[in-house]
Structures are given as C-alpha cells and as structure tokens.
Write a protein that binds this ligand. Structure first.
Ligand code: ADP
Length: 452
C-alpha cells in the first residue's frame, strides 16, 4: 500500500510540477500547491463524488450524474496522463471545478453545495494562478450567477429547482458570493507575495552571509600564508645573518687579542662597544630563530609533568645570577599534553623576566599556580618586581617591544612574543595584570586536548 502511494505520489508530482522552476520562484510553490491538491483530491473525491453520483442517479438528476463522471475523468487525466503541460492541467482543473459547481447549482439550486464549489473554485484559482488570472474567476462567477439569474427570472429552463426560486433572492445570494470571491482574489495573492518576499529576503541574507564567510576564510588563509612566509623569512634571515656576525665577532676578538698592546684605551673602548653590539645582535638572532621555530620545528606533543619540569627549571643556573636567590612557590602543577621544548621555553621566559625586572636590592619572589577550568588549564606566574603600566598590557607581547633600554635591563624584546606564540600553539591565551611598583602576574591558558 505504502509502495503504491509512493509511486502514485511520484507520478502526480512529476506531472503537475515544472522541473525548470527554482525554489525561489513563486510559480514553483504554486505548482507544488497544485500538485499537492491534485494528489489528495483524486483519492478523496471518491468520498464526495461517488456517493453524489449514486444519489444523483437515484433521484434522476442526470446532469449532475454526468458532470460527476466527467470531473472524475478529468481528475484522473490531470493526475496520471503524461502528455499535458502543467498550465493545461491547471486549466482542466479549473474547468472541472466550474463544471461541477454549475451542475450542482443547476440541479440543487442555491441551497445545494453549488455556490460553495463556486467559491472554492475561486480560492483554488487564486492559489495556483497569478493575481491577473485569478481575477478571471471573479468575472466567471459574475457570468455564471448572471446566467442563472436570467434563467430564474425568465424561467427559461424546465428545472424544478430553478422554478422554485425568486430572482431577487438569487441576486442577494450571488452578490454575496461575488463579494467573497473579490475578497479572496485581493487577499490570497497578497499573502503569497508577502511570503515570497520574506523568503527572498531570507535567501538574500543567507547568500550575503555565505559570501562574507567565504571572504573571511580567504582572508584567514591569506593571513596564514603571510604568517608562514614571515616565519620562513625570519628563519632564513636570522640563519644567514649568523655567519657574517660570527666573522665580525671572530675578527674583533683577534683584533683585541693580537693588538691589545698597541691600541690605546679609546680604541679598546670602541672594540668593547663593537663586541657588545655584536653579542646583542647574536642574542637577538638566536631569539628570532627560536621564535620562528615555535610551531614549525617544535610541534610534537606529549605528556609533560609540569611540576617536575618547572622545578628542574628553577634549579638551573640562570636564576642564580643575581646576588639574592629567588624564592619560588610552585603550587601543584598538573600533568598536561603539550610540546615539551616550547612549554619549557614559556616558563623559562616568564620566570627569567620575573627575576630580571626587579627593584634594586629586592629578593625576587615568584608564585606559579595552575587551575583546571573546563577545556583549559589556567596558569599564573606572579612576581614582586617593578610592574608594568596598564597602557603596556597589550604591547609587551608584540615582537621587539621593550619598555626599557638595554642599559637598564638587558633583553631583545622577544621573550613575551615567543610566550604568546607558544600559548597560541597550545590553543590558549596570554595576558598580564600588574600594579607598577608592586609586581606583575602573567596569566595564560592551555587547552587540555586529548590526554596521551
Ligand atoms: P625582554 O625581556 O627581552 O625585553 P620580553 O618580551 O620578555 O622582552 O618583555 C617585553 C617587555 O615587557 C620588557 O622589556 C619589560 O619591560 C616588560 N616585562 C616583561 N616581563 C616583566 C615582568 N615580569 N615585570 C615587569 N616588566 C616585565
């Protein structure tokens, strides 16, 4: 049964719709409505037409009986006969409706369902045709009502029902029918057009959204390409710069060693400045290389015990260069999945900054904490150092940004930019909160990811 219904539905939809039309066209939806109407009316008409035929035949209403048979045949043809265009099917459908309503009017008069069918015809026409054509159903109603009016007035036809009616009562009834037909023709297309423009607007917005999304994806790809290019450039440039720098350093060293006795103190000072500059440049190139390696070379993730890693880090020599050994509190750090080399670099940069940016004669005190929050681990590294002004909270993470001269505090201005890149490599964020003179706290998040 289900299979039969499926096949029948497929045939009706194929016959009564136009595959050329797109979903955005109003005619597409009119056809769908028409096809759906035919789909259900044909089987349901057995409920209305067959008993009607039986009754008409038994009571001698042969006009109605013939009209019922014709309408049934027309419906079968519209639904199942393949050689017709959609417009022809629609016209046949309207013809059938008018045929049955006229036969009902003729046989049963205004108390029968004739007027109801006439009004129903108008509604169907407004649904399946455009507004211009829908008006024709009003004209047709006027013509049919007038013809019946004349027939009643002049008693031209020998029909019992027609003879029973008076022309003025017919006029009142048909005037109401025409009134309702006009209302239908005015309102239904209006509703359709409103829906259509709403759909059109929605499609337009959807198209705009898709094109904006595409633009965004393209820009993102472009930015990623440029980033890769920049990283490659930073790597190549810094790598190539190392060689001539090594030569400068080597010859300066030779100059200092071999001509120490013949050079006066001023020349020695110049050599010292030149070597100092070359050394700083060397550090800068090393940092730049490190920066370009994050995510490009160092990207193998594995399980890391941060407690162990940070503890071994703070016991390293680089923290003992100051007179006072820093006090470090490590608050139960977790085991996470990440890139060991870069995470080590991240903690090393933050801890060494906390030690470096200190007030004179102040013993550095550093606290490192971690908390679990949803998909992320939240870390903080706080110190009791010189602090950072609020206006620099963002810019300190920019490549080469320094707030001090190298005489005040040595550095390349790359440490925090490297930290930012490492944190982003781990799907997180980094930011700072600080009170100048009181100390700073660097916060960062690391996405938990899959535990290995
Ligand atoms: P560098 O330390 O090589 O200058 P960074 O990128 O590590 O470069 O730091 C950028 C700037 O941020 C530093 O010049 C410094 O002024 C400031 N800064 C970084 N860490 C701290 C800190 N813990 N306390 C105060 N200032 C800091």
């Amino acid at each position: 049964m289900i299979q039969f219904w499926g096949k029948y539905k497929q045939i009706v939809l194929q016959n009564c719709t136009d595959p050329q039309l797109s979903e955005t066209e109003l005619d597409y939806w009119r056809n769908i409505l028409f096809a759906t109407a035919v789909l259900y009316i044909l089987p349901l008409s057995f409920i209305a037409i067959v008993p009607g035929m039986y009754m008409a035949y038994n009571t001698g209403l042969y006009t109605l009986f013939v009209a019922d048979i014709l309408v049934l045949l027309i419906l079968v043809m519209i639904a199942l006969y393949p050689g017709l265009t959609v417009s022809m099917r629609k016209l046949l459908f309207c013809f059938g409706l008018y045929l049955v309503s006229s036969a009902l009017l003729y046989s049963l008069g205004s108390f029968g369902p004739g007027l109801l069918y006439l009004l129903g015809s108008t509604f169907f026409i407004t649904l399946i045709f455009e507004k211009k054509i829908a008006w024709w159903s009003v004209y047709l109603n006027i013509v049919i009502c007038s013809i019946f009016g004349f027939m009643i007035y002049y008693e031209t036809i020998d029909s019992i029902i027609i003879q029973e009616y008076r022309a003025d009562s017919w006029f009142a009834v048909s005037a109401n029918l025409i009134f309702l037909s006009i209302i239908a023709v005015l309102l239904v297309p209006h509703l359709f057009e409103g829906l259509h423009s709403a759909f059109k607007k929605r499609d337009q917005l959807q198209d705009e959204l898709i094109s904006k999304q595409r633009d965004l994806e393209e820009s993102l790809e472009l930015v990623e390409d440029k980033n890769r290019e920049l990283e490659q450039f930073a790597y190549t440039a810094s790598h190539d710069l190392k060689e001539p720098l090594r030569m400068i350093q080597g010859f300066m060293d030779l100059l200092k060693r071999n001509y120490d006795s013949v050079l006066d103190s001023r020349a020695q000072k110049y050599i010292h400045f030149a070597m100092d500059g070359a050394n700083r440049m060397g550090n800068l190139i090393d940092d730049l290389l490190e920066y370009s390696r994050v995510g490009r070379v160092h990207n193998e993730k594995e399980e890391i015990n941060l407690n162990e890693m940070v503890k071994s880090l703070v016991s390293d020599d680089f923290l003992f260069t100051d007179e006072a050994k820093p006090i470090v509190h490590i608050n139960n750090l977790p085991v996470i999945t990440g890139v060991p080399v870069t995470l080590n670099m991240l903690f090393k940069n933050l801890i060494s900054n906390a030690v470096k940016y200190q007030k004179e004669n102040n013993r550095p005190e550093i606290t490192i904490t971690a908390e679990e929050e949803g998909r992320f681990w939240h870390f903080s590294v706080s110190d009791n150092g010189i602090g950072i002004g609020e206006e620099y909270f963002d810019s300190v993470f920019v490549l080469f940004k320094r707030l001090h001269t190298t005489d005040e505090y040595p550095g390349s201005g790359m440490g925090l930019a490297i930290c930012k890149k490492i944190v982003e490599q781990h799907g997180g964020n980094i930011w700072v909160e600080s009170e100048p003179g009181q100390g700073s706290t660097f916060y960062f998040t690391i996405e938990k990811g899959e535990q290995t």
